[in-house]
Design a protein around this ligand. Structure first.
Ligand code: HMG
Length: 445
């Protein structure tokens, strides 16, 4: 069977940044270490006044198409995953295609376009749609462009305000891919939950603590479901495990849960027995609560062992390098985590070809999805072409008043006109609204 997967990746960050420990924490009267140590965040990205989900997505897509010398004729499908859409009918992918048509010869009239919604898991679902379209033989030799783009803003004063972010990830899904091949096997954990939602409102209603429990519960279900169709996973099977990363502290919890699950009944559990005992088994307890308490105690011990810490440092920590600097990008977040881990491997001179990743996606509402990926031999060229470090270093550093002004400027209910902080340069910009309230965009040389 021909391999299908991610052939190219580009990342575009919002051009402003908020320093969480040094600017946000003091203004909120909080300890900076809540951000650096607790949540695991340094800065978050914000869109300048002329940026939005369309410009960020189109800019990421243009970089990708330019780098791979693609024309509209090479793309048979444009899927946008977002939970920041501003229109209930016209999909963001049509706006992005319109932008790209301003700068390329030809058009995307032949390309199927859509918009995927399921909170943050929609980016992975869009890759899935593209995979299925190619596997079904409906792609006529063309590739799919998947763009995950979000402005993850929370209402001011909401605890989620600490975890905001803005950016886009564009990915080319194709046969014989350069970066990773996707496994056919997938696992799901999906349930009707009300942990985080936006019922026709721009900023989410969030039950933050519950959202973290739901994330872990659905992720665990997805891992068990994946194992039921793939194999019993072992921590040594994977070079990296990129998770959806609303903030690195969440992944700290997911990594521990995953490790505990994967070592059950393995040589690692045996090796750790003398130090921390064996894992509690449900049959040994009278009630579920007693069993859960015992599991929690075991995990507290487990996370302090050298064996776990070494594994976490090698397999999980490298996935968080970009998230610490950008915050939550919702649909793009797990794809940023994958890119961060491959970038880390390239910087360390590790040859990843043929090695495996386990990818854990999640969207509130709620659904987790787990699949495996096998790294392909073009990965290093792709990853070294990323310009994300330069983009991050060039961001304008907001003071707290400026941050509040930018937040207002992006609030759909306010009419805040402010000057931009940066100058657009070779990119798409939002220029205003047309007669039917549609958004207008131009390419600035
Ligand atoms: P909070 O109440 O502001 O923070 O809310 P906290 O008091 O719980 O502190 C956070 C962590 O920092 C804790 O670590 C503290 O102990 C630690 P933990 O105990 O959990 O390991 N801490 C410190 N550490 C060192 N020094 C200190 C210090 N102070 C505290 N001085 C919360 C945090 C995440 C709830 C909030 O930011 C929030 O509501 N965020 C939005 C929801 C969210 O991100 N949920 C994550 C799971 S759901 C998800 O991922 C889906 C999502 O991406 C949306 C989608 O799918 O569309 C959000």
């Amino acid at each position: 069977m021909t391999a299908v997967g991610i052939d190219a990746i580009e990342i575009w960050t919002g051009k402003l940044q908020l320093d969480l420990p040094n600017t946000f924490a003091p203004a909120k009267g909080e300890d900076p270490e809540k951000y650096t140590k607790g949540l695991g965040l340094e800065t978050s990205s914000f869109p300048d006044t002329y940026e939005d989900i369309v410009t960020m997505g189109a800019n990421a897509a243009k970089r990708l198409m330019d780098r791979r010398d693609l024309s509209p004729d090479d793309i048979g499908r444009i899927d946008v995953a977002t939970e920041s859409a501003f229109d209930n009918s016209k999909p963001v992918s049509t706006y992005i295609a319109g932008c790209l048509e301003q700068v390329y010869d030809g058009d995307f009239h032949h390309a199927n376009k859509g918009e995927r919604k399921f909170a943050c898991v929609a980016g992975t679902q869009s890759i899935d749609d593209a995979y299925n379209w190619i596997r079904a033989g409906r792609n006529r030799g063309r590739a799919a462009l998947v763009i995950a783009t979000d402005t993850a803003l929370y209402a001011r004063g909401d605890p989620g305000e600490a975890t905001q972010g803005a950016g886009a990830v564009a990915m080319l899904i194709d046969e014989d891919p350069s970066v990773v091949e996707l496994s056919t096997e997938q696992g799901y954990g999906s349930a009707d939950e009300t942990d985080f939602l936006k019922p026709n409102q721009q900023f989410p209603s969030v039950d933050g603590k519950r959202s973290m429990q739901v994330y872990l519960a659905r992720m665990r279900e997805a891992l068990e479901d994946f194992e039921s169709v793939a194999w019993d996973t072992h921590p040594d099977d994977f070079e990296f495990i990129p998770f959806h990363t609303p903030f690195p502290g969440m992944v700290r919890k997911a990594g521990l849960l995953g490790y505990r699950h994967m070592i059950r009944g393995t040589d690692i559990e045996d090796d750790l027995e003398a130090e921390i005992g064996r894992q509690p088994r449900e049959s040994e307890y009278d009630s579920w609560d007693a069993y859960e308490d015992a599991i929690r105690d075991y995990m507290d011990e487990l996370k302090r062992t050298d064996r776990y810490r070494d594994w976490y440092g090698e397999t999980i920590e490298p996935t968080l390098g970009l998230a610490r600097r950008v915050g939550n990008w919702y649909t793009g977040s797990v794809h940023v985590a994958r890119a961060a881990s491959l970038k880390h491997a390239a910087e360390q001179g590790v040859d990843m070809t043929g090695r495996k990743l386990l990818v854990g996606s999640y969207g509130s509402g709620a659904q987790a999805e787990i699949h495996a990926e096998t790294v392909r031999d073009g990965w290093a060229d792709e990853v070294s072409a990323l310009s994300i470090d330069d983009q991050l270093d060039r961001r304008y550093d907001l003071d707290f008043d400026e941050y509040e002004t930018v937040h207002d400027a992006h609030n759909h209910d306010l009419d805040a006109e402010i000057e931009e902080f940066t100058q657009p340069d070779g990119e798409f910009v939002h220029t205003g609204w047309g007669r039917m309230n549609e958004r207008k965009y131009d390419y600035v040389e």
